[in-house]
Design a protein around this ligand. Sequence first.
Ligand code: CAA
Length: 396
Amino acid sequence: MVTLNQPANLLLHLSDEHISLQKTVRDFAQKRIVPIAPEFDESGEFPMETIKQMGAMGLMGIEVPEEYGGAGMDTLAYVLTMVEVAKADASHSTIVSVNNSLYCHGILKFGTEEQKQRYVVPVAGGEKIGAYSLTEPMSGSDAGTMQSRAVLNDAGTHYVINGRKSWVTSGPVADYVVLFTMTDPDKGHKGITAFIIDATQPGFIRGKKEPKLGIRASATSELVFDNYLCPVENVLGKVGDGFKIAMTVLDAGRIGIASQALGIAEAAYEAAVAYARERQAFGGPIGQFQMIQQKIADMKTRIEAARLLIYNAVLAKERGKVTGERYTLEASMAKLFASETAMFVTDEAVQIHGGMGYSKELPVERYYRDARITRIYEGTSEVQRMVIARQELGLR
Ligand code: CAA
């Protein structure tokens, strides 16, 4: 049993392959993403070119086996990638995270061989974009209640899907979507089914694009299904298993968002330390003052604690690959703590920068805006606390 009392380097071993991946992703992210991040944040345009380049580097299917077009690496490799990309730009990391853990992971775990070949290969290779669609206007945290419907046609060949989904990351550009919708409303969450949706088919309509506070280059929209005909072959997993599939996939997703939060926090922290060394006030660098030092100490400590919780979740997920056990508790703890840390650290980074932290001339204000979503999507902090407490109390 691995405990958090062990130092980080004993918790997880970074192989030569991990170190090389981390360096490659860092170089790419710093050289290619950092310079374009402010303009894409401003315009809200989807950064298709850099996303395609990352796809070609294998970063859209890091844990996807090579036979399905991925890099065939492990969860630690995914985490290291997410941190480096998020440090450069959170929007890019959101897209990476959805393609990897919410889209590819779900189809790999629950899909048929044909579904994997057809729908994982092009997304893991970066030629196509995947999305995951659970939320609806009246169903967010209470994901088990939804109003969209899929009804099997008389011939038993297709489901006719109608309804409106909201807050779909990559919705405006996605080629394929893993969709959760109700096939048997009388059964509550046991009446939800997962489908793989091809966005080129009639009845798939991209709705309103969300104007967002942060992660502005990660396009988010509503999706409307208007008598969309989905072939029965595109049911993912079993009919009625959709809610469990959605939750299982979110466990993986939450490790990704925790890593994103860590990356944003690291970027803000490094900017704050550099500023505290340079900025002069009252006859010296502001870093000599205890009130700034206290902030630096608290920021650093929380960042390293978040990293350990993420590593703990990585270990639990790797263990789960062998034993089949869930890692819900570890993923939720990592997501909760890392996202709260990102908010704390980016807020303090703005404070250390003073007026400059509030200016669009520096990236610190963007880190602060981008961090905010990590406490909301893939389960709010309140939902994470609910999940953790239920697990501990044996209520689920
Ligand atoms: N893995 C597998 N099964 C799970 C599970 C998990 N992690 N969590 C729950 N289940 C199972 C339960 O065992 C239970 O099974 P049975 O019916 O056989 O007993 C079933 O699912 C229902 O579980 P609950 O009773 O716990 O469900 P609930 O209705 O009380 O909801 C919840 C629990 C944790 C609040 C859940 O609804 C939830 O996570 N809500 C948040 C949704 C969310 O994260 N949305 C994010 C949208 S996606 C997004 O943000 C992506 C993006 O844009 C980047």
